[in-house]
Design a binder for this molecule. Structure first.
Ligand SMILES: C[S@@+](CC[C@H](N)C(=O)[O-])C[C@H]1O[C@@H](n2cnc3c(N)ncnc32)[C@H](O)[C@@H]1O
Length: 381
């Protein structure tokens, strides 16, 4: 049959298949939208079935989907639309035949065709990631929600930096911890990237203080069969977290010293890769006092705040280097896009007991304590 043939020949690029214009009034659903999603390392197909204001979900294997299309979809509805990465197939279903008109996909039509076409992101608008619809990043037809565009750009940049590193360390299996995951846009996208785009068996664990947000994220992960993605209510500054082998720790704007505890976990567990974008570096700003050559930078509140934030990240970078990491400090998005735009990208070369004497002298001179340094020193006693 025409629809199932097109489904099979476009298997890897199907975005959705919609059945509408019900001809059989006895059928309880007025519209059905089918989308692929990754579950347990394989592709499953979710039917979103509309009945008045309610939506009912059902997951099928591909053979079951083909038989559902033949026996139900094409029997009950007059119209179907198959959206693939490049082409839209518009079907009109008659009792004795199916007519099909093909058009270039709307996304492709919208894209400029010239040489200066904008560089595509790793995760693009229009990609079939239904979890991002539930998270409010994508609209139901996979456009970026306007107010989430900045976050979408940030996350794509984060992903590109990980992709770059991953190309040098391809893996079949990976475990990642996200400290202060919050609404977890990055966490979901990272899971999608490894499992669906790279075919890697991924375990991604997110930690956050907020129980309602954690619960919401777990429900979405469960809904789409993301069985390697889990969220936990934890205070990362005090709680014992995952104790197993970890390949990567990430933080994106984890508040203040939550970032230090992520870095500390990486150092203690010899985690090979860290991608950390700090935020709200209040700790030093609240304590620092004049003590030497940098006093000019403490004469104005705004300068002191910025200086303290930079000093915090400089100390973190130095502590990580002293513990055996190669550290790059990158501007991961431009400053106009977000002022919280420094990333510490670290790769463990050889774990070692750090010599923190230079950093400690600086802390003493300017009268402040810094959490990562304090914790590392405490471990040496
Ligand atoms: C600015 S949000 C960033 C969330 C997410 N990473 C993102 O970029 O969208 C910071 C998150 O860190 C969490 N957080 C702050 N301190 C924490 C702590 N001690 N333990 C766990 N989570 C913490 C907050 O609850 C919040 O969700």
């Amino acid at each position: 049959m025409r629809i199932t043939d097109d489904l099979q020949s476009n298997l890897t690029s199907v975005q959705k298949l919609t059945f509408s214009d019900r001809k059989n009034a006895a059928f309880e659903f007025s519209k059905v939208v089918v989308r692929p999603f990754a579950a347990r390392g394989e592709t499953r197909w979710q039917l979103e079935q509309f009945k008045g204001a309610q939506v009912f979900h059902k997951n099928l294997s591909f053979p079951d989907l083909l038989s559902w299309v033949e026996t139900t979809g094409a029997a009950v509805f007059r119209q179907a639309l198959l959206v693939t990465a490049g082409t839209d197939y518009h079907y009109t279903i008659f009792p004795d035949r199916i007519k099909c008109k093909q058009t270039a996909n709307a996304l492709r039509r919208a894209a400029p065709q010239t040489h200066d076409r904008k560089k595509e992101y790793l995760l693009n608008e229009g990609e079939n990631v239904p979890a991002l619809v539930d998270l409010g990043v994508f609209t139901p037809d996979f456009r970026v929600v306007k107010s989430k565009y900045d976050k979408f750009k940030q996350i794509n940049r984060f992903l590109a930096l990980i992709d770059d590193r991953f190309a040098q360390m391809p893996k079949q299996e990976i475990t990642i911890l996200d400290f202060g995951c919050g609404k977890s846009y990055l966490t979901f996208i990272l899971y999608h990237y490894f499992v669906c785009m790279k075919g890697v068996k991924a375990t991604v664990l997110g930690f956050d203080l907020k129980a309602d947000v954690v619960d919401h994220c777990n429900r979405i992960a469960e809904k789409y069969g993301y069985d390697g993605l889990h969220f936990y209510v934890n205070d990362v500054t005090t709680d014992a977290l995952f104790d197993g082998k970890v390949d990567m720790i990430i933080t994106l704007h984890a508040c203040d010293t939550a970032t230090d505890f992520a870095l500390l976990h990486a150092i203690r567990h010899r985690v090979p890769h860290i991608f950390s974008v700090p935020c709200c570096q209040h700790e030093i700003n609240a304590q620092i006092r004049p003590g030497g050559d940098f006093d000019l930078l403490l004469a104005h509140g705004l300068l002191q705040e910025r200086f303290s934030a930079l000093l915090t990240d400089a100390i973190r970078a130095e502590a990580l280097r002293a513990c055996g990491y190669a550290v790059d400090v990158l501007e991961f998005v431009d400053f106009a896009h977000s002022p919280k735009n420094l990333m510490l990208r670290c790769t463990l070369k050889q774990a070692k007991t750090p010599d923190l004497s230079a950093v400690t002298a600086l802390c003493e001179k300017y009268g402040f304590r810094q959490t990562l340094v304090e914790q590392l020193l405490a471990a040496q006693k």
